[in-house]
Design a protein around this ligand. Structure first.
Ligand SMILES: [Zn+2]
Ligand SMILES: [Zn+2]
Length: 173
């Protein structure tokens, strides 16, 4: 590897903007922000004001800040809050980190390929079309072939989402 595989919020923001025109063609403005302490719990009051939660997972890569070790994971959790109000849509995202198997140090944030970013955002936009615009959601049940198959056991102690009790792996059979 020549370059550091760092968490790149700009990749998410740029891809979000690129996909908007085709995916959310309702004439509203949508924005993507980041909050690294977001949880999957929202208050009754927030719910009433239309806030929604979407959690997904995708493939990502990590580099330990201490020993520089690289690893990849088929199960990187990403969490979104979203809301449409007065023609203005806000999405807030949190990527969950993982800790190095050797150092067991602090959590490091994931690096994603453009392709993985697109896949997750397409799922998110599908949820938004369903929950904010009342469109039919074709992605509710992914075909079995698209389900992630875990070749390695998921190490909960190294997964930030597991530590927060929001890891989507827990919902998998
Ligand atoms: Zn390390
Ligand atoms: Zn986990």
């Amino acid at each position: 590897f020549k370059t550091d595989l760092r968490w790149a919020p700009s990749l998410w923001r740029d891809t979000f903007v690129e996909l908007l025109d085709d995916e959310l063609a309702h004439g509203d403005d949508w924005f993507l922000n980041f909050n690294y302490t977001l949880t999957d719990k929202i208050s009754q009051e927030e719910k009433k004001r239309g806030l929604k939660v979407f959690q997904s997972h995708t493939h990502g890569k990590f580099q330990c800040q201490r020993c520089r070790r690289f690893w990849s994971s088929a199960h990187v959790s990403v969490l979104f809050h979203y809301r449409l109000r007065k023609k203005r849509g806000i999405v807030v995202m949190r990527p969950f980190g993982q800790a190095c198997l050797d150092c067991k140090g602090r959590f490091t944030l994931p690096f994603f390929s453009k392709e993985d970013v697109e896949k997750v955002l397409l799922k998110l936009f599908s949820k938004i079309r369903k929950n904010c615009y009342g469109e039919h959601d074709e992605d509710d049940e992914p075909p079995p072939s698209e389900r992630v198959v875990f070749t390695k056991p998921h190490v909960s102690e190294l997964c930030e989402a597991c530590q927060q009790g929001t890891c989507s792996q827990r919902d998998d059979p």
